[in-house]
Each structure stands twice: as structure tokens, then as C-alpha cells.
Design a protein around this ligand. Structure first.
Ligand code: NAP
Length: 318
């Protein structure tokens, strides 16, 4: 049976005592830029009960997200607003955050994420190596100071592996409240989830319904039909039940509504989803970041530098 109404209000307690709504609306539209479509999507999401919005400086649409925040009758204090520091801004997070706040038209964000561990040097037009300044530890220390300014309530990271979190945590004053990574049954990242949970870091699953690319798979269809819900609802319910926040993107009102209405999965159903990636050819990134086609690197760093443990054939260990 669908668990209605109360699910949008499910909150995760962050390691700094603040609450984050478990379901957010993702604002990556597939192309960079502001548009009326982004404003309309966020306005609709807020009307339907979403209270968590995920955007990024890199998405180029903070102006459009900000327009929705101004136009909605939902008070700013009820909205959990997330934006992200771009790689090219690692040397000056304070300036970059102020630029994001100006575009969003708000005084603070609830969460500021380091979008990727890699810094990009605009002068030489290349990604810095892990040991080159600004390292992600140096950038993190500057982000820690931003919490003291009140311009962000919390800070976190995105696309961090266990090995890079290990480096960060050794020198961090503040433990990231979340690590936002690609996560769905084709890429469940069980080891990363255990690691983050043991250190009080909430995982936020991006691309949580796998862009709906493998929704026709019989194992998923079977669970969805038994529960009389859609595959998207099954995938999001799995994500939340295993203790991760989820930020699906949709511009369609009916789907947005569906994505807020989750089901209670039993142990056997959770097992099917936990082990889904073990089926032949199913262990993969749908974003293409963890992909053998990229030749073992992503945004200038090798998979070893990213801490992504690829096995032969482009599949990953869980
Ligand atoms: N931190 C990072 O590096 C990073 C990277 C990627 C994404 N993200 C964040 O994660 C968010 C979500 O990821 P994503 O957009 O890549 O993937 P996703 O949410 O897994 O999938 C979005 C796709 O699924 C469709 N969809 C959504 N709900 C559906 C439903 N109930 N039934 C059928 N189709 C449905 C959407 O189409 P319609 O819009 O046409 O409905 C869209 O094409 C992004 O928007 C962004 O905020 C973060």
C-alpha cells in the first residue's frame, strides 16, 4: 500500500542537529541555464509539498530557482535550499557562495556542497592534481569558515569516495553533514553507505531513479506491480528505507506527486533491490561518471585518485 501524505515530511537529522527533508526536487535539467521551466518546476514542487531544493552554481539556473522562492507562498524558513561550489571556485568559496546567494536572492542557503573534490584552475584551464593547491582539504577549511558567517547553515561534499573522505576527516573541524553521490540499485555503493553512516554523514542519492533508464527491468516491474505503484516509487522507497535522502528531478506534476508518495518495502523486496546490481551487466553508472568508456578518469582525476574502485569490465565493487 502506498504510504501517503506524511512521507514528504520525513526528515533526516544531520550531524549538526539540523533537519533535512528526505525528498528533494533535483534541479539539473540536462542543460545549463536559467529558464521559466525551472521556475515552474520548483513552484509546482513547493505547491505539492516538496521542501528541499537541490541546485548548483554549475547548473546555471540559480536565478530561476530564486524566482520560484520569491513567488511561492511557502515561507523561506520552511525551505531547505541546497547549492554547490563549482570546481573552478575552489580557491574562493566565500566569493562563490555570495554570488550564489545573489543569484538565488536569499540571505543564506541551508546547505553548501563541494560539488566535486577536484579543483579546476581557470588560468591554466585544467583540473589541479590532488596534491596541488587548492586541495579539497584547503577548500573545505574555507567552507568551514562560511558556516560561521551564517551564509550557509551546513556544509557537505559531493562525489566523495571513502578514501577521499578519510583524507578530509583527518583534518576537518566540521564533519560534512552529507555526501551527495550517484546512488540507485545499479550503483548501490553499499560500502560507502556503511562508511558514511558510521561517521554520521548522511548520504544523499542523486539520480535516485537512475534517470528511469532501467524501469522496464522485470525484477523492478514485479515489485511495482505487487505494490500497485510505479518503479520510480519503488526505487525512491528503497533509497529512503536504507537511510539516504533522495533528490529526483521531474518537470511533470503527476510524476512529482508520485515521487513523494512512497511505499513500505519488506525485507525480501529490499534484498532484491540491494542485490540488483549483481545481475549480469547491471552494475553501472547511468550518469556515465563511473564508466569504462571514460578510460578510467573523470574530470581530470583517475578513478584511483577519485577512490572509485573499478573492476575489469567497467563494473564496480559494491
Ligand atoms: N552532485 C552531483 O554531481 C549531481 C549529479 C547529477 C544529478 N544531481 C542531482 O540529482 C538530481 C536528480 O538526478 P537526475 O536528474 O540525473 O536523475 P533522476 O532524478 O534519477 O531521473 C530524472 C529523469 O527521470 C524522469 N522521471 C522522474 N520521475 C519520474 C517518474 N515518476 N516516472 C517516470 N520518469 C520519471 C525525469 O523526466 P521528466 O522530467 O520528463 O519527468 C528525468 O528524465 C538532479 O536534478 C540534480 O539535482 C547531482
Amino acid at each position: 500500500m502506498p504510504m501517503n501524505s506524511s512521507m514528504p515530511q520525513v526528515q533526516f537529522k544531520l550531524n549538526n542537529g539540523k533537519d533535512m527533508p528526505a525528498i528533494g526536487i533535483g534541479c539539473w535539467m540536462g542543460i545549463v541555464g536559467n529558464s521559466q521551466q525551472v521556475t515552474d518546476m520548483v513552484l509546482t514542487a513547493l505547491r505539492l509539498g516538496y521542501r528541499h531544493i537541490d541546485t548548483a552554481s554549475n547548473y546555471g539556473n540559480e536565478l530561476s530557482v530564486g524566482a520560484a522562492i520569491r513567488q511561492t507562498n511557502v515561507p523561506r524558513s520552511e525551505i531547505f535550499l541546497v547549492t554547490k561550489l563549482s570546481s573552478e571556485d575552489h580557491a574562493h568559496p566565500e566569493k562563490a557562495l555570495q554570488q550564489s546567494l545573489d543569484r538565488l536572492g536569499v540571505d543564506y542557503v541551508d546547505l553548501y556542497l563541494m560539488h566535486w573534490p577536484q579543483a579546476f584552475d581557470p588560468d591554466s584551464a585544467r583540473y589541479c592534481l590532488p596534491e596541488e593547491s587548492p586541495t579539497f582539504v584547503e577548500t573545505w577549511k574555507m567552507m568551514e569558515a562560511l558556516v560561521d558567517t551564517g551564509k550557509t547553515r551546513s556544509i557537505g561534499v559531493s562525489n566523495f569516495s571513502i578514501s577521499n573522505l578519510e583524507i578530509l576527516l583527518q583534518q576537518a573541524r566540521l564533519v560534512p553533514v552529507t555526501n551527495q553521490v550517484e546512488m540507485h540499485p545499479c550503483l548501490p555503493q553499499h560500502d560507502l553507505l556503511s562508511y558514511c553512516t558510521s561517521r554520521g554523514i548522511l548520504l544523499t542519492a542523486y539520480t535516485p531513479i537512475g534517470k528511469h533508464k532501467y524501469a522496464s527491468h522485470p525484477s523492478l516491474q514485479e515489485i511495482a506491480q505487487r505494490k500497485s505503484v510505479s518503479v520510480a516509487q519503488v526505487l525512491l522507497s528503497w533509497g529512503i528505507k536504507r537511510g539516504t535522502a533522495v533528490i529526483p528531478k521531474s518537470t511533470h506534476e503527476a510524476r512529482m506527486k508520485e515521487n513523494l508518495t512512497l511505499v513500505s518495502l519488506d525485507h525480501e523486496e529490499m534484498q532484491v533491490l540491494d542485490n540488483f546490481h549483481r545481475q549480469s551487466g547491471m552494475h553501472r553508472s547511468v550518469c556515465g561518471f563511473h564508466s569504462s568508456e571514460l578510460g578510467g578518469s573523470c574530470f581530470g582525476w583517475t578513478y584511483a585518485q577519485l577512490g572509485w574502485d573499478m573492476m575489469e569490465g567497467g563494473t564496480m565493487r559494491s
